[in-house]
Design a protein around this ligand. Structure first.
Ligand code: KG4
Ligand code: ZN
Length: 331
């Protein structure tokens, strides 16, 4: 079976062709227009998707070398995400489904992230723990099987990716902030300043990152421009360390208490180098397996959507034309 995946939930326009669980193409166009605004501007995002979607889908089909008439079904993100952005991909999928007379299915963006690891690491067995850590989400799920998930932890305020993005802004770095903080941290002293490792009262596992961001704001003010310029890599490294430690603390505790030693990490923050290094340390110390997707599959992409949709389409699950974009869709 050949599936075309389409993703447009935030600021990546992406299309992918998957054939029998094999990724034949994965074209991702990352919108750079937002970098000057320090975050994603929803209206610009949908306009950019509209401008690029035909080209991106075309490229994905031609790179895969499949004939457009051989595509059996379309999988498209219909939530969660920005409404206007989601609508571009969803309407495009509906149009193609009608034009080619093939079924399409709506896919939950978060389920897509779950699949980014399963498709690459066939040895992952159910049940496993999944940390989805992106610009919009910081959630830990117990994945019992495909379609059966229990939420174990969530953020009560900012997502970890947002903490990177907002932190970068305070340090005068551009958007997206995660890769910038990682870059500036290189060679910095992560022990230079001891940022708080935030906990949430009355909750064992939940995350809170807004206090950390405020701690950075105070530190930036206290240090002043000159001292900050000299120490920006130390501060960035210390801030990154606090986010990474917080994520690893929850993984460690949940894995022990749930007695599950397979952990899958997905989402944009999974690309973070320091996070990967410290996960490896935790993994060998506690004898747990921590899986990260290939870097190209960490940030939003249509291959993960095609894979998740593949399951649904091959078991006969289709969406009808009345399906609406759902910005707050949960797993
Ligand atoms: O999954 P994603 O592409 O989009 C959402 O669904 O949010 O994640 C984007 C987020 C941004 O907040 C970005 O700063 C963060 O992932 N990110 C990183 C890195 N690369 C992307 N955070 C830390 N380190 C990175 N290398
Ligand atoms: Zn995402």
């Amino acid at each position: 079976m050949i599936v075309l995946g389409i993703e447009s939930s935030c600021d990546e326009t992406s299309a992918s062709i998957v054939k029998d669980y094999k990724m034949l193409s994965n074209v991702v166009y990352s919108q750079e227009i937002h970098s000057e605004y320090g975050g994603v501007v929803p209206e610009l995002a949908s306009r950019e998707h509209q401008k690029n979607i035909t080209y991106v889908v075309d490229r994905a089909i031609s790179k895969s070398k499949v004939n457009i008439n051989d595509i059996d079904g379309i999988a498209v993100t219909y939530g969660a995400g920005l409404k206007g952005a989601l609508l571009v991909g969803l309407n495009f999928a509906k149009g193609m489904s009608m034009a080619l007379d093939i079924p399409y299915v709506g896919v939950n963006h978060l389920e897509g992230h779950l699949f980014s690891n399963i498709m690459e690491n066939k040895e992952i067995k159910f049940p496993f723990i999944s940390l989805i850590v992106s610009g919009g989400h910081t959630q830990i799920w117990r994945v019992k099987k495909i379609g059966e998930y229990d939420l174990l932890a969530n953020t009560v305020d900012d997502a970890a990716g947002e903490a990177f993005d907002k932190g970068a802004r305070l340090l005068g770095l551009s958007y997206p902030g995660g890769p910038e903080i990682q870059r500036v941290s290189e060679g910095g002293d992560s022990g230079f300043y001891d940022f708080p490792r935030p906990r949430v009262k009355k909750s064992k596992y939940d995350f809170s990152f807004s206090g950390l961001k405020t701690a950075l704001l105070y530190k930036v003010r206290e240090m002043g421009d000159e001292e900050m310029r000299k120490n920006v890599s130390n501060i960035a490294a210390s801030y990154q360390e606090a986010i990474v430690d917080t994520l690893l603390d929850r993984i460690d505790r949940i894995s022990t208490e749930e007695n599950i030693n397979q952990i899958s990490i997905a989402g944009g923050v999974a690309a973070n180098k320091r996070f990967r290094e410290k996960s490896e340390e935790l993994s060998s110390k506690n004898n747990i397996s921590i899986y990260f997707p290939d870097l190209s599959l960490c940030t939003d992409n249509a291959a993960m959507i095609a894979m998740a949709g593949y399951e649904k389409l091959s078991s006969g699950v289709h969406s009808d034309l009345a399906l609406e974009a759902n910005p707050n869709l949960s797993l």
